[in-house]
Design a protein around this ligand. Sequence first.
Ligand code: IMP
Ligand code: MG
Length: 400
Amino acid sequence: MSNTATVVGAFWGDEGKGKFVDYICRDVEADVAVRFAGGSNAGHTIKHPGEEAITMRLLPTGGSRPGTLSVIGAGVVIDPDILIREIDTMKGINPDFDLVVDYRAHIVLPSHRELDTRKEGARGAQIGTTRSGIGPTYADKANRVGIRIGDLTGDLDELYDKARLLATDIHHSTNIVSRDQIQQWSRKLSEFIGDGSRVVNGVIDDGGSVVFAGAQGALLDIDFGTYPFVTSTSCLPSGIGSGAGVDPRKVSEVVGVVKAYCTRIGAGDFPTEIHDEEVASIIREAGNEYEHGVHIDRPRRIGWLDPEALELSARVGNYDWLAITMLDVIGRLDEIEIPGVGTMPGWDCDIGDIDSPDELPVGLLRYLDEIERISGCRVGYISVGADTSQVIDVRGRYLW
Ligand code: IMP
Ligand code: MG
């Protein structure tokens, strides 16, 4: 039987998906890791024991494992310069690194980024985007005037003319990609461009194992998220249908990654936001809750676990398992609040070295029980630190 999993963020992104994608890819010895939504607005960080942390914005983190093919699905939007840099980084970590980019994926042009920044500067229109050009690129795709990565394998003069007209006539921008740049993209990326959907379906049908790596989080989903303060794609597990060309029914396990508290970057309602700056900053510093984007750096907003948001996320995500991150961070507080539910004491001890479910503090287990009660989902994995080795598989709790 093929072994397939989808891993998505359950809230507003930055739950620590990157680590779980990497962990599950190693656990199931994944043949393929697939990115299916978003673009370089995301940042997925992994840290292997004794090594420096690395952040990937486009490539799935699982591709750092020798033997795992990386795929970027049709639903992703690609900033080619960033992709080229990441391919080089991955080759440094994994000499076996290989990649298929679905030819249908759209390209983010400099004028898309300019448009995103211009819109964010306009009064009344601020979403707090990452200014990576994501929204404008998806808008052009829906408007059927976009440029696809597969176009880099065709007539480059035609492609240049199309990009120029898009910038001048539609984006009203003088920020035009150069012919040289297009030629360089084509030279460096053509060997990786193919039919991602065919590759992934083929591996699954042959009994191989595939891990789909979500981007952003369920509540940034364009349809079910906190509109208009959302991103421009489907961030749900079902997004693999449109984003990778794979029927979601082919996936055996869906994992929703839940941070032990909530964070948001950008604007939008945040009912459980912690306004006591002393408490918020304990979490922000311990959890390193700062966004280092390509185009923007900012502290993340911090809040308590939001029961209503969790209930919605569990409904539209239908997770088989939850993976809970940052339990080492929230446990430092004397008192943890779940709005509408009550408060509970923290677990004032170092849990970073724990590697068996039997050793977990009672307070932490109570917190997990509460998360299960609210979501109606089972907690299958927890993480107790930043390293990929600090993941504990607690699915066995259900076999006793
Ligand atoms: P955009 O995706 O850059 O258009 O930004 C739209 C909203 O989604 C903003 O609130 C961003 O801060 C947020 N966002 C986009 N990508 C991520 C992510 O990877 N993590 C967390 N928030 C994100
Ligand atoms: Mg992130």
